[in-house]
Design a protein around this ligand. Structure first.
Ligand code: GDP
Ligand code: ZN
Length: 317
């Protein structure tokens, strides 16, 4: 069973018109890709262990692919379909690696404890904006907040709400706020991200009550052990919608310091982009900068501009 699946071979560049008829290609959803093989779900929900043709770029969890059956519950991926969004991760200097595809929600989890700097939220929010996914801010462990502290936390998040971000309080311990969270995930493909210790695995467990069963089925279908959970897997949520999860994607970080990209990641900057004196303004200390001016007048929070600068300048030694 563990033997390498035979690779379909073709002479270089040869199209072979009239070669043996292949079964019709189907569209499928990549549940997980372990490298050697990917699990592809067909339209009826059946999983197939698929290898990829050599010229096909590597697919990740959430990808849509064209694939052709080659045997019972086996197939070959022939095409990677265009991605709506892709979550990247830094992978060596100037390089990135895709982690998950076609996400439309990024659930940013913070908690009453451990404490977190606002800048951390800015980084996650920027990442979500850059890939084009809608962020949701979740404050977990709400059970640890008495009325006064809860009010203080809500106040602290108010500036984020003012620029259009939704916030939600949850307690995975007391199963509080989970209905709203389910509601936010319904019909979308989401991931949970955040610092270690904020309760992401607890929330995932609460959202996917039969996670262990599903993980077992996955490892059986791939013939790979459960220890390979650093790769992201896609799970269908009981109420509809999908969750892409792995410890490896939960603690991801922003992968870019490019001023154009990062500025796009601060949504309240957008009204001012293109209004600076210099077309290539980095909004650091250039004269005639519309964004610095907006921060001076209070139209943009000075703290957010400072956060932006720190991200961009991390690159410039
Ligand atoms: P992760 O590192 O973000 O995946 O966090 P975990 O889910 O492993 O949780 C970290 C710790 O916080 C564990 O000891 C959990 O029991 C605890 N925890 C998780 N959710 C809650 C919650 O809603 N309330 C409280 N009080 N503790 C929680
Ligand atoms: Zn500027």
């Amino acid at each position: 069973m563990a033997g390498k699946p035979a690779k379909p071979r073709r002479p270089h560049g040869a199209r072979k018109p009239g070669a043996r008829e292949e079964p019709a290609a189907e569209t499928g959803l990549v549940i997980v890709n372990h490298g050697r093989a990917a699990l592809v779900e067909d339209a009826s929900g059946t999983l197939h262990r698929c290898t990829a043709r050599r010229n096909v770029p590597r697919s990740v969890s959430g990808d849509r692919v064209r694939w052709t059956p080659t045997g019972p519950r086996q197939g070959v991926i022939t095409e990677l379909l265009p991605r709506r969004t892709v979550l990247l991760r830094p992978d060596g200097p100037g390089r990135t690696r895709p982690m998950a595809a076609n996400l439309d929600r990024i659930i940013i989890v913070v908690a009453a404890r451990p404490s977190f700097p606002d800048e951390l939220l800015d980084r996650y929010l920027a990442a979500a904006e850059i890939i084009g996914a809608e962020p949701l801010l979740v404050v977990n462990k709400a059970d640890l907040l008495d009325a006064g502290r809860r009010f203080a936390m809500a106040e602290r998040l108010r500036p984020f709400e003012r620029i259009g971000y939704r916030t939600l309080f949850t307690s995975s311990l007391e199963r509080d706020g989970l209905k709203d969270l389910h509601e936010a995930l319904r019909g979308h493909t989401s991931i949970l991200v955040g610092q270690s210790g904020v309760g992401k695995s607890s929330l995932v467990q609460a959202l996917l009550p039969d996670l262990d069963i599903r993980t077992g089925a996955l490892s059986e279908a791939t013939g790979l052990g459960c220890h390979t959970t650093t790769v992201a897997s896609l799970y269908h949520l009981p109420d509809g919608g999908d969750l892409i999860d792995s410890p490896g994607v939960r603690d991801f970080d922003l992968w870019t310091c490019d001023p154009v990209e990062v500025a796009h990641g601060f949504r309240e900057f957008r009204d001012y982009l293109g209004q600076c004196r210099f077309h290539n303004c980095r909004h650091l200390s250039e004269p005639g900068c519309a964004i610095q001016e907006a921060a001076r007048s209070g139209a943009i929070a000075a703290r957010r501009l400072e956060s932006y600068r720190r991200i961009v300048q991390a690159e410039t030694p």
